[in-house]
Design a protein around this ligand. Sequence first.
Ligand SMILES: [Zn+2]
Length: 138
Amino acid sequence: MAKAGRTAVVLPVADDEEPWTDEEVEEVRSELLADIARMERAIQVAQAGLDSLFSDGAETAGRDPADIGSSNFERDQELSLVQNARDMLDQAKLAYGLFESGQYGWCENCGNPIGKDRLLVFPRATMCLACKRREERR
Ligand SMILES: [Zn+2]
């Protein structure tokens, strides 16, 4: 299936949508790359924060229990931040991988086009709105 030269990526659209323009394709591609870079940085920063919280934790002996409580709380906050950023990073990487392999824009659940409008707003989407809503209701 080798094609001569570099062919433009053709992304699917929903029934009532105009075809993608090159600019729009480039927009979601660069948005995904920016997301990946941003998440990786966020994880690094949060991880560094966690490391210092954990090393503080080694000296809790003899400290006011209220202090320890608040640093545990801080740690939980940081942990969920890192977890969130990791989830988003995974999703952005998955979407970018699909983009690279020419599978981007199709719902991973029902196989219908996700729709251009949705992807322009939410480039990391790998499911159409109907499937996403159904999943969230579960
Ligand atoms: Zn779907």
